[in-house]
Write a protein that binds this ligand. Structure first.
Ligand SMILES: Cc1cc2nc3c(=O)[nH]c(=O)nc-3n(C[C@H](O)[C@H](O)[C@H](O)COP(=O)(O)O)c2cc1C
Length: 390
């Protein structure tokens, strides 16, 4: 094998020099696989990554086509979270999928990924109470119940404390289900291969699921069945557009986001019932954040991810701090089908190639994660095979 080096990227310099790197190209994680009727190049998924580079109208920039296409060697790419409506917005400069202009902006981005043979799902997002009046034309964010989250919202004027949201009226909830349906149809018009419903990290759907954030006394609150009613109505609406074999869902049974704990008095009972209902609908995959996203893979003793995986008939995407080694171990045990990686994709557009060669990974400084332009976003150089000089 030829020696490989990584080139310097942005302001980070990788000084690894020349070294022979292990050949991992035969790793079972890096072989093609088919989930449902969807053939994938390998078992690595690019996890959804909000990068806050859209304009005030929720329109993604043209250079997002470069960014996503550069990463199209992933088995599957899930987009950054995309707002289904203006009411869904909880972070400045995040993209949307409710206007024609947004759909038209996504079309060439999807095309660029397809041109490189990639598979591309759009993540459907409503942030609920994790928002701020500045992002809602002065209106209060909405939630199942008027319970203020801890922490701050990312607004155009910087970080601002969250506020106490407004509890949704019962007859407003079907309108949000329709927002999801329209967004799912728009995702289809933009050319995506499927959609992922964001029901994780304490955004609106999970706010309904959890008994600490849902204190409603109508048909959308109280029993587990009632708390799951709205998320499952959303899933059904999205499935009515796509068919269940092109719909996945993101779950985070062990999350403590936005910083509160405990979020649920009976996590496994709640999520076991949820997963059973998703399985009965024949969804393509569940995308499970194991532990707390980015922070830890630790979960309370009673949260059993393999048990949830066994209750689900479709594919299981595991996420959180995965390396190729860990993915191989978990695949060998039969505890997951696919593995999503988030942060490693930021500074490694050719992550799959680097994994195949056992090459070192570049790290993106946090200043590039959210906001800005193409710098630190679509300009990370790929690793290049070179012949050592002299
Ligand atoms: C910059 C950044 C943005 C993220 N945006 C999203 C998002 O839009 N939707 C989502 O479900 N998760 C989001 N996440 C969480 C990641 O999808 C993933 O769960 C997390 O990074 C852990 O995976 P990793 O250890 O491979 O990075 C984000 C994480 C980061 C670092």
């Amino acid at each position: 094998m030829r020696p490989l080096v990584c080139s310097a990227s942005g302001s980070t310099t990788l000084a690894m020099g020349f070294s022979i790197m292990p050949d991992r190209s035969t790793s079972p994680v890096l072989q093609p696989v088919t989930i449902g009727d969807l053939p994938l190049k390998n078992r690595i998924v690019m996890a959804p990554l909000t990068r806050s580079r859209s304009d005030d109208a929720g329109v993604p920039p043209p250079y997002a086509a470069d960014y996503y296409a550069q990463r199209a060697d992933a088995g599957l790419i899930v987009t950054e979270a995309i707002n289904i409506s203006p009411q869904a917005i909880g972070y400045a400069l995040t993209p949307g999928i409710w206007t024609d202009q947004q759909v038209e902006a996504w079309q060439p981005i999807v095309q660029a990924v397809h041109d490189r043979g990639g598979s591309f799902f759009l993540q459907l997002w409503h942030t609920g109470r994790i928002s701020h009046p500045d992002l809602q034309d002065g209106a209060l964010p909405v939630a199942p119940s008027a319970i203020k989250p801890v922490g701050q919202a990312f607004t155009k004027d910087g970080m601002k404390d969250h506020v106490t949201p407004r509890a949704l009226e019962t007859d407003e909830i079907p309108l949000i289900v329709e927002d999801y349906r329209r967004a799912a149809a728009n995702a289809k018009a933009a050319g995506f291969d499927g959609v992922e419903v964001h029901s994780a990290n304490n955004y609106l759907l999970e706010q309904f699921v959890r008994d600490s954030t849902n204190k409603r006394d109508d048909r959308y609150g109280g029993s587990i069945e009632n708390r799951l009613r709205f998320p499952l109505e959303v899933v059904d609406a999205v499935v009515s557009v796509w068919g269940a074999n092109r719909v996945g869902i993101r779950l985070s049974p062990a999350t403590t986001m936005p910083g509160e704990t405990p979020l649920d008095s009976a996590v496994m009972e709640t999520f076991g019932t949820y997963v059973d209902a998703l399985s009965a609908r024949g969804l393509l995959y569940i995308h499970d954040i194991e532990g707390v996203t980015q922070l830890t893979r630790e979960a309370p003793d009673d949260v059993d991810f393999p048990a949830l995986r066994r209750r689900f008939s479709g594919a299981y995407i595991a996420n959180n701090q995965y390396t190729l080694d860990l993915a191989e171990q978990v695949l060998e045990k039969g505890d997951a089908d696919l593995f999503s990686m988030g942060r490693p994709f930021i500074a490694n557009p050719d992550l799959i190639e680097r994994l195949r060669h056992g090459a070192p990974l570049a790290e993106a400084p946090k200043q590039y994660w959210y906001g800005g332009g193409s710098v630190g976003y679509s300009d990370w150089p790929p690793m290049r095979p070179i012949t050592p000089a002299g």
